[in-house]
Every structure is written in C-alpha cells, then in structure tokens.
Ligand binder design. Sequence first.
Ligand code: GLA
Length: 694
Amino acid sequence: MMQCWRLDSFVQTLVLASSDARLPVVVYWGAPLPKGCDLDAIAEAEARDITGGMLDANPPLSICPEADRGFPGQPGLNLRDAGGRVLRPRLRLSGVEEGRDALTVTCEDADAGLRHVARFAIDPDTHVLTLSSEIDSDAPIIVDWLAAPVLPAPQLSDEMIDVSGRWIGEFQLQRTPWSAGIRMREARTGRSGHEHFPGLIVPGRGTTNTAGEVYAFHYGWSGGHRMVAEELPDGRRQVQFGHAGATELGPVTRAATAPLLVTFSRNGLNGCATAFQRHIRDRIVRWPDAERPRPVHYNCWEAIYFDHDVATLKEIATRAAALGAERFVLDDGWFGKRGDDTSSLGDWWIDARKFPDGLTPLIEHVHDLNMSFGIWFEPEMINTDSDTFRAHPDWAMGPQDQIEGRQQRVLDLANPEVRDYLFDHIGAVLDDHVIDYIKWDHNRLLPYPDAAQTHGIYDLLDRLRAAFPDVEIESCASGGGRIDAGILARTQRVWLSDSNDARERLRIQHDAALFFPAAITGSHVGPRHCHTSGRVLPMSMRAWVAAQRHMGFEMDPRELTEAEAQVLTRVTAWWKANRDWTMQAEIHRLDHADPSVIAECQIAKGGERFVAFAGRAATASQILPRPLRFTGLDPEASYRVELTNREDLGPLSRGDIAIKRGAIELPGAHLMSHGLQLPAAFPDTIWVIEGTRL
Ligand code: GLA
C-alpha cells in the first residue's frame, strides 16, 4: 500500500511517499506541482529500472536510508548499543501527524525499543522548509550518526557549491563537480567555524545569480556539522546533514539533529538567498524589539585594543557620536587584570586599575551622548592565568597538556556549575549597569567537539536572554567563526569578519548574503591603515561598504582628517535615513560581465525602491566599465535612477554620460536586460545607485 503526503509553498512542492509502511522517501522536491495531482502516480513513477549486477529491487533512498536493506550508500543512522555492538533497527511507519504546513512522521522498531521521528515544516511566506530528526531508545545507545531527513539532489546539476574560509577570509565559495562517491564536509573544531560553514547550494546546469534552478541547505547548529553529498552507483544523489560524527560522547536515550533549513528556487541563487535572508531575519532571530531601528555601532577594539583609559574612551565616544554612532561597544580589556591576551578570561569583574570608579562614569558619558552601551565578553573561555582557573582548574575542557589557542582554554559548559558561574557574573555586570548589548566572543577551537558543550552554550544564552530580554547579543568568534542559524536563534548580530579591509569585506559580504540578511550582518569602517591587510583605502569605499550591512565604526576617530570625517558623516546619515527599508530589503547578487566588479541590489519590500552597490574590487581588463545589469525589478515599470555618490566622480571619467548629469528614467526591462552605463572609476571605489519605481 502507498501513502503520500505533500508540503507546498508558492515556489516549491515536496512529496513524501511510504510504501508498505516503510520509511518514507522524498519522491519529489522542486517546482510547484498542480493542486490535487495524483501523488501515488508520482511516487510510482519514481521507480527505476534494474539491470545486470544489481539487486532485484532498488533499495530506497528514504529520509533515513537503512544500512541493512542493501542501500549502496551512506546510511542515515549509525547506532550501537551501550556495549558497542552495532544496531540495525528495522524501522516501520507507526504514525503520521499532519498539521497545517507540517508533517511529523514516526517510524518504530518495537522489538528494539527504538523510534525515529522526522519533522517537516514549510513556511509559506519565507519559502523555507525546516527538517529535523530525532531518535529515542528505551535503552541507552551510542549515536555515531543521525542525519536530518535525507533529501535527493537533482540530476541535472554538474556541481555543488559549499563554503570554506579562514580568519579574515570568511565565506569562500567552493565549486566541486558531482562525481561517483562522496563529498563530505565535517567541522570538527567544536564551532560551525570559519573553515566549514554548514551550508550547501546545488545549482542546476547553467544557473547564475539571477536565473536557473537551485536547491540550498543550511544546518542550524553551532557545534560543527557533517555534510554528505553522495552520488550512488545507480546515479541517484543524496544530501545528508547532521552534527559532526560521534559528538554525542556518551550513551543516550534520545538524540536529535538541529533544524536543517532548505529551499528551492527557479530564480537562480538569489531565489534561495532571499528566502534564507527572510527566514533568518523574520523567523530565526528573536529581536527584543523588531521595530527598533538598528543603531550605528562604534566599537573601540581597533582604536585602542587593551589600552583602556577612561578619559581617552570618553573622548573617542564623543567623537564617534558626532560622526553618527548610536551604540558604543567597549571591547576586550575591561575586566580582571587584562593588559593583553595572556590573562584574565574567566575573571568577569571590572579592572579597578583601569576603571577606578567602575564603568558607570563612562556609561553615563556615553548615555549623555545619546548612545547606548554595549560590552564584550568571551564567556566560554578561560586563561590559566586567572583567579577563576586557579580556583577551578577542573572547569576547563581537555587534557592538561593540550595545545592552547590564544593562550586560552575552553570552559566545560556541559557542567551546570560552570554555567551558573557565568550566568551570575555576566548577570551581575548587566544588573549593575545600564547595558543593552553584549559582544559575545569565542576565540579558540575546542580541544575536541562535544554536542553537550553546544547545548550548554545554548542553555546559558537562553537563560541570559530570559533574564535580560532587552539585551541584544552579537556572535563573534575571531570574526565569523560561529555564524549559523543555531546561534542566530539566540543572538541578533554576527561579526562577519575581523577583516575591516573594505575591498575584502565587499567580497565576504557578497558571498555571505547567500545565507544571511543585512540586518544581522555587522560591518565596520576600520582604521585608514587597515590592521589586517596593510591597505589604505579611500573613506568613501570604506564607508559605503559598511553601509551595505549593519553599519558601524571601529577606528580611532581621532585619526580622521576633516575630509574623511565629512564623508563618513554623510554616508552614515544616508544609512540612517534609509535603514528602515534597507535593513528589511532583499539582497540580490548581480551577475556582472566584469569579474573585477562585485555588485548587489537591495530591493525594498514591495519593490518600490532599491539601492545597488557596484564595487570595483580590482583593475578591469577593458578600458570602460561594462553596464550594470539589475534584477528583481518590474520589467513593465519605469524607474527613476540616480547616482547617490556623485561626489566620488574622479579624474578617470571624462565623458558626458547620462547618469553623471542627474537622475534618469528607464524601464525595468531595460535596466535588467541591457544595464546601466556607469562612469569610469579607480579600483577600490564603489558606485551607489538608488532607484524608485514611478
Ligand atoms: C576577537 C574578535 C575581535 C575582538 C578581539 C578582542 O579577535 O574577533 O573583534 O573583539 O577578539 O580580543
């Protein structure tokens, strides 16, 4: 007997089928199917032929492929009993709950006392599907691998795109051809990590940013994931996501995957990117007040590092406020005896040598400037040179002779005593001061990955959020080392990268937009002489690149020339005047004929207006700019288009082109298929083009 279920949003349909009460199979995922179509016929049409050298039936590629049914690839579940013997459950469908836009499928092996629960939910507005699996056992078991519901990957796809990266070089896209066997990515450093962002994009052949079929995946877990993308000998393809292998360290009676977010689009990479952007911003992040505008940040790290002095900080705050900052974040260096990065992590009390009257005089000064106050913590870490470590050497994870990272160790957050200690000490700082923001850092890799550590971190964050619901939190891990939907369910901003080099940031932001919206993506104007690249870039490039996302400053404002301060003040004022819609906009990546240009268009909800940024990240090979082709506009509508930063016209542009003279009116169809002529410009400049629908 065949049973079928479907989940639909406006852009996609997913069909599940179970024959003879076996584990269901995703028999269809793609463009919307007609309402009321015969699902049994679709499930039956999926059956494939058999030829020589094969079993007499094709083992199903189910939501949890079973090892003992001759499945020729990676199973969805690897279990052992508490004594270490391999378990091979025979799971049979025992219940299906159909909710509105949701489905829960339970399969059971009653003899073995095991249940597998798979959950599917589709969001009809964001178009993102959320999938998760859970295994329950009467007796303790060892879970070596549990995949979120397994999905088939398309056949007419030549490659997959996944993400690697490094410190100051996050979100590097890698394209790997599909071929027989497995591509596996596994993050084993205890964080989602710079190196292995938990995402995958499978484009159809010929797909671009703006056109073509795409399937995209994002596993919402901060403790390190495993992805298996496999082509079976018969040509079928499967995608599995779960926690990094063997990170449930002891026997358990229950284990669950994190939510796997997936989506399909026929509108190119942007279709999936904008779905993820909406879903992260409107469904995953829990804002204390979603209506409150994102404030312009000032962060003092690259201005003064550990050198905290109240008079200097006050002067910097005064200048930052004059430039337009609205939140002052006191970074590392205010606690314990933290003169450099060799000591004091864990000693979360104010350093009286630097702040003899406590933090209040600085906070009051900041408030008098109409800025709010934020503060840095790195709660999960400890230096051996700290009072806390001396009192509790057993609180650190890992062996005594472990390799340290930045001279620090990791606290064992699975230990409730450690979580209580951190809750009390962070809570005391928040109780004693008017603070509305925490920058929450995590600057070393774990000695070994452990799911209990991640659960402990989530628990601590959840408790702090419940106790201080108005405090926003930024997730930082040496820049972008912990950015994922799991941490974003508990935080409101990510520090995308420690690179404040605008040229590099432009690229990192562009690629991160495949998964994340502007509203959560921090971007700061750094020092003139960039501390991570040594480059010197013009202020207009630095300021406009920061203005693409959640804007902030991180240089010593005392270094600014009058001209630089003017540019920064102007761009910041533009950002504030537009943030009500840009922070809600969809970011569409633009395909550009010139590889030296990185361009995007942010389109307001409803499509009434847009702003495009076209950054020249290298010298072009041709003499004149190639036209900038837009996307996502109404081809029938007319748009008034204007170059926002005409001040940046330089000596390279001698011609009398239309956009230099002022606003022009063009049909959407023209902007999207022909493109806009822009002035010639130096490398490391960025054109900002605003448009309004007429
Ligand atoms: C990390 C962060 C930086 C800064 C320093 C402070 O490197 O990524 O932004 O907060 O820690 O030590």
